[in-house]
Design a binder for this molecule. Structure first.
Ligand code: GLU
Length: 307
């Protein structure tokens, strides 16, 4: 698709969604996230042909929350290879992202790396394998698109920690079942840091373009992960990226993606583009209300999806 076509369709879809009622609620369980202006709305696309286009609040930083789970998974997969799947599964959970029930039945092996329990195990893998986990993960992310501006937000991490009773329970349960190697408090602190990462829509679509480019960075063509690993991460995003609404996202949008409770969504069209959307109000399943609508209308307008 031509540069002008993406630009025209994004503008048209953005205007359509802007004119609709802004339904839903912000994530209220993390106090800092409630302070965000509900009317923020931004979109940015980066294509494998180096087309870049943004609209709305696409240059404003927001809390990417669970979108960051794709970065920590990518680094853990790069380090452990297929052995990673002994620690965490690859099935949709069919339960809430912070559910404890399934974990006990599954003997401490989380269903997938994108529910909280799975991301906590991934944080543990990184703690065991990196010299300076917090700095090394940040360097890894920054180098995906040569963007030194990506940062953790200590205030958001502390805000989440102050109310994180379920995540503490999850980590302790997994530890008791033998699937956490490090001290639970260290694993959780690192997990909260990972969730506190901030980026703009523009930065996100640039950081994620490697998943549309068979695992290779665009700015220097270096291989970040193999083509097969990139396929598998996209597959996990397709089947598990939207909490208990992943089927709905596949059905309506038809692209792999990942959302976060900060109201951000990244979606990948392999071999074509990475597109990010941010609108803080969430639907009942915890996904950005307008973000979902925008992407549904956008892939309908382009008539392109992976299916
Ligand atoms: N930090 C959030 C939590 O653990 C992440 C939730 C999300 O974005 O899915 O509850």
């Amino acid at each position: 698709m031509k540069k002008t076509t993406y630009k025209t369709l994004i503008k048209k879809t953005f205007d359509e969604v802007c004119s609709l009622e802004n339904n839903g609620d912000k994530a209220s369980y993390i106090p800092e996230l409630v302070k965000i202006d509900s009317n923020k709305f931004g979109v940015h696309i980066t294509t494998v042909k180096s087309v870049k286009f943004g609209i709305g609040n696409y240059q404003e930083k927001f809390s990417i929350q669970s979108i960051s789970k794709v970065f920590s998974l990518t680094l853990a997969y790069k380090i452990l290879g297929e052995k990673l799947w002994n620690r965490v599964g690859v099935e949709p959970s069919g339960t809430a992202f912070n559910s404890l029930i399934q974990l006990e039945k599954d003997n401490g092996k989380p269903r997938n790396p994108f529910i909280n329990s799975g991301a906590i195990v991934i944080a543990d893998v990184l703690l065991s394998n990196l010299e300076n986990p917090k700095e090394d993960l940040l360097d890894f992310i920054r180098n995906l698109s040569k963007n030194q501006d990506i940062q953790y937000n200590a205030k958001i991490a502390a805000s989440e920690k102050s109310v994180s009773f379920r995540n503490i329970a999850l980590c302790n349960l997994i530890k008791s079942l033998g699937n956490i190697e490090n001290k639970p408090s260290d694993v959780l602190d690192f997990y909260f840091d990972i969730c506190s990462l901030e980026a703009t829509c523009e930065q996100l679509s640039e950081l994620f373009i490697f998943l549309a480019n068979n695992g290779s960075a665009m700015h220097n063509n270096s291989s970040i992960i193999t083509k097969s690993q990139s396929k598998r991460i996209n597959a996990l995003m397709q089947t598990c990226g939207f909490y208990d609404e992943s089927g709905e996202f596949a059905f309506k949008v038809g692209l792999p993606g990942k959302s976060g409770v900060g109201g951000g969504i990244i979606a990948i069209h392999p071999n074509k583009y990475a597109i990010s959307v941010w609108s803080p109000k969430l639907n009942l399943k915890g996904n950005s209300y307008k973000g979902m609508l925008f992407l549904e209308n956008f892939t309908t307008a382009t008539t392109q999806s992976i299916f």
